[in-house]
Design a binder for this molecule. Sequence first.
Ligand code: SAM
Length: 288
Amino acid sequence: NDHSLEYPSSPNHMDWISHYPAFSSQLTDKTKMVEWADVGCGFGGLLMALAPMFPDVLMLGMEIRTAVTTYVSDKIAASRQAELLKHFPPPSTSTSNPSLLPKSPVDIPTSIQPSLAHEEPTLHSGDTDEASSNPSEKKADDTEESSKDIPGGYQNVSVIRANSMKHMPNFFHKHQLSKMFFLFPDPHFKVRKQKARIITTSLLAEYAYVLRPGGILYTITDVLDLHEWMFSHLSKHPLFTLIPTEELEDDPILLAVRTSTEEGKKVERNKGSKFVACFTRVEDPPWD
Ligand code: SAM
């Protein structure tokens, strides 16, 4: 199904301005780039929680399922629109005209409701990704000017449909990212399927390439076996070092990691356990 995925031949060919039009000048002069990536973002709960808390940080969700990506993209567009209307109400706004009121974030259509925690992702062989995964495209023209004046306003968050296990270096320059999130990744229980896990030794080399020294890779799962797998692969990797969880105890980002995603909320409802492991990307070792 990767044939239908769109990805740039190199990060220089990626059009970020259409994703973050309010940041067009900083993106053009390269004083700003995407810094945080939520890998397998699902329905986008983490980024929707973090975006207003860190309005100057450009953050991106990466999701392989077309319908889920479109859902997140629509949610971002609706939230941007709602913020705009809050700050710039149309002159003749009358509450009697419901079409002028900000739309509430879209409901999750039943056809793409979050799958059960331990289900494999649903990949439809016929997916052609016709839908735009770019939330700003639809409304860029009329919102670009006014959105520049709104602090936050979800202008700093976007989503792309991507296979993060294949195309990370197509989207990001070396050391571009300062945070990567792997929240409740698919567990791939069966031993013969474990190689499909999103954290493996060879993939960690790619993640270390796009993550800058000092950057943080966050993992959380409710599956003990997957936690032990991620923990041991990361611990053994020379470019990552464990951050004791106590050190991040007051980190509002870690709180969002634990509580804000759809999968995390489901685990909470089911009174499941959550296993967290965070690692820093260390400096490249000097050549011998
Ligand atoms: N992080 C979200 C959360 O906590 O609610 C979603 C967790 S869900 C169990 C795992 C997500 O990763 C699914 O939405 C799935 O489609 C996505 N995914 C799986 N493999 C992927 C890949 N190679 N690249 C991008 N997304 C992927």
